[in-house]
Design a protein around this ligand. Structure first.
Ligand code: ADP
Ligand code: MG
Length: 604
């Protein structure tokens, strides 16, 4: 006897439903996606008992003809693709034609629908895949899909559902994933007769605000930075949260071609862009929308799975990483410091995106080693761990000392802390940016090095540990009578600095070597400059040492425009803060500026 037979459709659909419709939220997702596919601009969701007794979606979309309404509930019935080839050019949310067949297999469904071109609509009632009635009816244009008593005929599945609170959370979460992609569609979400979400038409940012502001005291969207990059492979747009707004459980969303997705690898790209800015348990919010050719992603995946495969994941990783980095970077360099007041150069943001750049005036009296007395406790709690590398806040807080440290204490701390090179950034070929506990320090690279080298040369007069670079071809120097007298007096000092000079006549000298730091310089010219340096101060010999040291330091100090490696910057900063007076150059110019937290916070 033959024992193999085909399962009746109702049984086959119930089995399939187990895959597609696992819980109320998956049913709701299918219904809302159908409404969007039908071009609806207004969608109302009504839920009762966390979707157990009622899930209803009302839209103003295209509606269905009487025949289509009936067909819609057949397995693999879809208006969205004709052939397998169409799978590769999908622009709709659904395409399998499985959802309605699955839903009607495990629930009591009542549909009313009408097309704009028809006077009369259709009412269709199906319980457990069985058509109860189909008849003409009066109804609005669009579709009203009422799903009652989900899993009424699958007790095992019903028992498997979680508490109402959990199922409702799932419903809301799945709903957010859709609503965040369709800000041009108006949504209302009604739970047990109460409107819990009313989302008017708006921009992407407004939609994010509408959904998430309720959880957060501050304007949520104020904490978001724009991300945008267009490449041949992918277009990426959206928003990332400011690092200081990171906290536990912030919303994080990826979408590809209008569909929510999880992507642990791309998540890593975003998190990498934030490295060094976040505490271990804090996460930034992000809402990132990928726009990519449908052929470059695998959409034909399981309907309830949210992982999506991309053809070129490594490249997209890099694109995403640099796009997010750029956004975070822009936000860091936005301010334009008004150095003009100091009679110095001006920095302006080179950002291509127009930003409101507040002008900050730098306090002339400012002492960068005095800790800011601005310490609002709420803000402080948000300052990420790594930003306080120079001062260990806990130390001062625990010891009960108040916020203001003496400059001596601060300097001692600066001295003893190792510089974390990963936190240093070079800006504009001029400044080293360094996060410190009280804010962000900007250090002038040339002046910092000048300060260091000044000390190096000055020390040579007392410890005579100079290092001379012997010249391959010694230079002869013929001087006027008065300069020859002066150089004669200067010889011991120049020797201490590392010059090797012999007198070969009353007005003639030969330069055999120069300080190692000046190896590339023209020896004759340097010596002539040294002579004119001291000539201007005449016989005030006690000033000669500092004048010579400063002149040499100016020659050898790192110029503006020189790119520095992380190690070079760390070395420079480390040496700077070991000096007894790192804040000002010997000729009184400011070496560093602190943008304190108060100022930074007040810019936003
Ligand atoms: P799919 O969405 O994969 O095509 P579904 O089972 O979800 O499969 O829907 C089957 C068909 O029913 C759709 O292709 C569409 O033609 C029609 N349909 C479903 N919901 C709606 C709706 N809200 N408005 C208009 N047509 C709909
Ligand atoms: Mg569908």
């Amino acid at each position: 006897m033959d024992i193999i037979h085909l399962l009746p459709d109702s049984v086959a659909n119930q089995i399939a439903a187990g895959e597609v419709i696992q819980r109320p939220s998956s049913c709701l997702k299918e219904l809302v996606e159908n409404s969007l596919d039908a071009g609806a601009t207004r969608i109302q969701v009504i839920v009762r008992d966390a979707g157990r007794t009622l899930l209803q979606v009302i839209d103003n979309g295209s509606g269905m003809s009487a025949t289509d309404a009936r067909m819609a509930f057949e397995r693999h019935a879809t208006s969205k693709i004709q052939s397998a080839a169409d799978l590769f050019s999908l622009h709709t949310m659904g395409f399998r034609g499985e959802a309605l067949a699955s839903i009607c297999a495990v629930a009591q469904v009542t549909l009313t629908t009408r097309r704009e071109t028809e006077e009369v609509g259709t009412l269709l009632e199906i319980h457990g895949s069985e058509v109860i009635r189909q008849e003409p009816c009066q109804c609005a244009v669009g579709t009203n899909m009422k799903v009652r008593n989900l899993f009424f005929n699958v007790p095992a599945r019903r028992r498997f559902l979680k508490t109402d609170a959990t199922e409702l959370r799932n419903l809301m979460q799945d709903f957010y994933r859709i609503a965040l992609v369709y800000p041009r569609v108006q949504f209302t979400f009604v739970v047990d007769d109460e409107v819990v979400l009313d989302l008017p038409v708006g921009t992407y940012k407004q939609r994010i605000e509408q959904i998430f502001q309720r959880n957060i005291r501050k304007q949520f969207s104020d904490q978001l930075l724009d991300v945008r990059v267009n490449t041949q492979i992918v277009n990426i747009s959206g928003f990332v949260g400011r690092p200081e707004a990171a906290s536990k459980g912030n919303p994080q969303y990826f979408f590809v071609n209008g569909r929510y997705m999880k992507h642990p690898y791309f998540h890593k790209a975003v998190m990498t862009a934030y490295s060094g800015m976040l505490q271990a348990d804090q996460v930034p919010s992000y809402f990132i929308y990928f726009d990519i050719a449908p052929q470059a992603i695998d959409v034909n995946i399981h309907p309830t799975k949210t992982e999506i495969k991309f053809a070129d994941e490594q490249t997209i990783f890099q694109i995403l990483l640099s796009a997010v980095r750029e956004s975070l970077g822009k936000f860091n360099v936005t301010p334009s410091l008004d150095f003009n007041r100091e009679g110095d150069y001006e920095i302006t943001s080179r950002s291509s995106v127009p930003v409101d750049a507040p002008k900050i005036s730098v306090d002339r009296q400012y002492n960068p080693f005095k800790r800011s007395d601005y310490q609002p406790s709420e803000r402080n709690a948000q300052v990420p761990q790594n930003w306080k590398m120079l001062y260990e806040r806990a130390k001062t807080e625990n010891s009960g000392q108040n916020q203001i440290q003496t400059s001596v204490q601060a300097e001692l701390e600066l001295e003893s802390q190792p510089v974390v090179k990963e936190l240093l950034w070079q800006y504009d070929g001029r400044y080293i940016l360094m996060p410190v506990a009280g804010g962000l320090m900007l250090i002038d690279q040339h002046r910092a090095h000048l300060n260091i080298m000044y000390q190096v040369f000055l020390l040579r007069f007392s410890n005579s540990q100079s290092c001379t670079q012997q010249l391959l071809f010694p230079d002869t120097l013929d001087l006027s009578a008065d300069d020859a007298v002066l150089l004669g007096d200067l010889l011991p000092d120049l020797q201490a600095l590392g010059f090797d000079i012999d007198r070969i006549g009353p007005e003639s000298f030969v330069i055999n070597g120069v300080p190692a730091e000046l190896a590339d310089a023209n020896g004759v010219r340097v010596v002539v400059e040294m002579i004119s340096e001291v000539a201007t101060i005449g016989n005030a010999r006690e000033q000669w040492h500092s004048r010579l040291s400063l002149a040499l330091a100016q020659k050898v100090a790192i110029p503006y425009g020189k790119q520095l490696s992380a190690d070079e910057m760390a070395d420079l900063v480390g040496r700077l803060f070991k000096l007894t007076s790192p804040a000002l150059t010997p000729d009184g110019q400011k070496v560093s500026v602190l943008l304190d937290n108060k100022t930074i916070y007040s810019m936003f």
